[in-house]
Design a protein around this ligand. Sequence first.
Ligand code: ZN
Length: 299
Amino acid sequence: MRFCRFQRQDRSTEFGLFIDDQLVSLQPLAAVGASEATPWVTFEQVLRSSPDELRTLPPVTEPVRLLSPVARPDKILCVGLNYRDHAIETGSEIPTEPIIFSKFTEALIGPEDPIILPAVSQRVDYEAELVAVIGKTCRQVDEAHAMDYVFGYCCGHDVSARDWQKGRPGGQWLLGKTFDTFAPLGPYLVHHSAVPNVDQLRVQMRLNGETLQDSTTAQLIFSIPQVIAYVSRVTTLRPGDLIYTGTPPGVGDARTPPRYLSPGDVCEVEVEGLGTLRNPCVAAESPEAEAFRAASDAA
Ligand code: ZN
């Protein structure tokens, strides 16, 4: 089951479902009082519906723009250095506990939205990631039950300003990772029932068509249930919370010579079974960046 959020020509937004490749609107199932932030009741209703019932949902025939599948998560959590070979390429020790940082919701963008390269960074890097989306409130769960709280998975991109993350006194993991537009997510949200092999998914990053990262989630140091168990000891996880699970080797900062993102570059994150998340890069001062900011403020 592939869920999505989309914007119609009249700029209204809705949640949808792909049945084969046909997008249908979930509007008829929307619970009374449901908002952009609370589609989970609707999604659960979809999961309980029979194929015949789902076939009665209205098809969306006009061209639409896909948005980030989750609108405004309470939390965006990320795991640092979570692939063994990526930790090695950065010259770091293999972590013995998950390294957790976060991004502000303001950083979240959808497929095809521009990654705005900030004027104050010269070292913006890419990181292809699998993202787990929490579906139920979760507090102090143990590893054996942690997966009961995962609704599904998306492709994610942990865009990173290395000169902020590493170059500032003490490091600025939060600020270096959370410039506006630094958390692309999409193109859709795949229910966990369609992803039985989440610990063996191929994860790839392509920059202008060239593959620069290519690994699998089998390389994860800390599995998704381990991360959820670890984090839920500290903070309550809520439906819609996102966990960016870490990136495989091949990041631009670890290359010789290093390779950073430039205006005009096109990033594609592909996670096996979860589609391809494509975002162009634009300069902070460009008309594209200006138009994107104006549209975000108006939404
Ligand atoms: Zn990352």
